[in-house]
Every structure is written in C-alpha cells, then in structure tokens.
Design a protein around this ligand. Sequence first.
Ligand code: FES
Length: 203
Amino acid sequence: MSKDTRAGHTAGRESGGAPEVGRRTIIQGLAVSGCLAASGLLGSSPAGAQSTRPQPGHHFVFMTGDKEGQPVAPDDVKIGEPPLLAYPMDPATKTVLISRASLLLLMRLKEADLDPSTKPHSADGIVAYSGICTHEGCPISGHHENQRMAVCNCHGSTFDLGNNGAVAHGPAVRRLAMLPVTITDGALVVAGKLDGPIGPPAA
Ligand code: FES
C-alpha cells in the first residue's frame, strides 16, 4: 500500500494553531526536533494572534529533507511521487507559518485523476490539502499504488486527492480540507483558503 514515509508522528487533536514565528526560528526548531510534534509549536493560538492558516498569496516551503525551508517550485511536485509536506510562507516578509493548522501536502495528479469538483482548485495537476490526518492527527506522507491517493502511515487512512480529499479507506471518517492553488510568475501560490476543518474532530 504505502510506498514512503517522510514523517509519521501523531500531532494531536485540532486546537487552532500556534503563533506565527520567523523563518529562522522554524528551521532551527525542526532541525533540533526532527519532527513536527516535537517542535513544540503545535499548541493553540493566544488571544488576538494572527491566523496561522495559509492565506491567498502565500508561497510554499519544504517542511523537511535536503530542501528544508526552501521554496517549493511547481517542478518540485511530480506525478507519482509521495506527498510533499510543506508550510506556507508570506513572500513579502519571508515568514513561514508553522503549526498543525498550516501543515500542507502537495501532490501532482494526472489530468484524468482530477474530478470536475477538484480540478478548478488545482494548478497544472498540483493539488494542496491539509497535511494532518483527520483520524488522530499524524502528518500524511504515504503514497498509494493508486496515484491519486495519499495514505496516512499511522493507521492506513487513505484519502482521494482527486476527489476533494474524500476518505477512500478509514479509520478516518472526515475528508481533508483542500487549499486552492495557482501558478503565478513561475511560483506555486495559495489561491484561496482551506475549505474545511483540519485534523481530527474535537474529542
Ligand atoms: S492518524 Fe492517520 S490513520 Fe490514524
């Protein structure tokens, strides 16, 4: 089923998001912890804090790997590859938003795998969704032999990214929130807002 694991740590249930932090802080945190859950940045937002969710106009940066913290170009997202985990970045201030509310997954699907309801929110086959599993909150990093599917390696929940992130196999019961994207001046850009709740339902 699953072909790859880039992360597999339970992030807990949705509670909102963490405060925005600067890029340097983010990268240092990830380098030390090596995982999202251990970064200590998954708590709730203080009253009055700016939204940590991706906003229209944001770009994407790699969450991990050799290009950690670097911008994600459209060509970095290839058909047949596992989900690419990324965070949104304000291109004006270079601030990267790191929280469970802002963790995103990117995949490029074949044209034929994009349902009519999903295609308008994609860009050259690239789709973006919340990267947090709606079962128990693991980052979603596994691939499926069916290339339109992404798999959570914690318990095997499978999501159809060609159909609005619908649950194809449980135990998750809630679809992934989708994030519209576009390509502007060669950059992959957020074109809207996440269209639903993130992570597991509150207990
Ligand atoms: S946390 Fe994803 S399947 Fe359980």
